[in-house]
Write a new protein. Structure first.
Length: 120
């Protein structure tokens, strides 16, 4: 789903909102100027785009999220695995670990995760 894509700059902007929400659109304009060097028009253009994607809403001059940062990245991860690996988590992990070896703590955390899912 394309609407769950954000580039690096959009993600930095989204983080400004997630870290401070609810935030007034005026305060967001000032923050984006300070943190990203954006003009008011750029801030509103990017905010509108992210609102159209259903990630944020701007109602009555107050900006809030429609989904948390964690929910956004979880959904984006699921979409990535679905699109790139036909929904196969084992295929994703095989590709991932072919380039990056897992540490022992990571392996243990994955085992715990698998064990917790077996009861479902």
């Amino acid at each position: 789903m394309e609407q769950l894509h954000m580039g690096e700059i959009e993600t930095r902007f989204a983080d400004l909102i997630w870290q401070r929400e609810p935030i007034s659109s005026g305060e967001l304009v000032q923050l984006a100027d300070k943190e990203l060097g954006w003009k008011k028009s750029t801030t509103y253009t990017v905010l509108k785009r992210l609102c159209e994607r259903g990630i944020f809403r701007n109602e009555g001059g107050t900006v809030t999220s429609c989904m948390s940062r964690e929910a956004f990245f979880a959904a984006r991860s699921v979409n990535f695995v679905d699109h790139s690996f036909h929904g196969s988590l084992p295929a994703f992990l095989t590709a991932f670990t072919s380039k990056k070896k897992l540490s022992q703590p990571e392996i243990e955390a994955l085992r715990e995760l698998i064990d917790s899912q077996e009861g479902d």
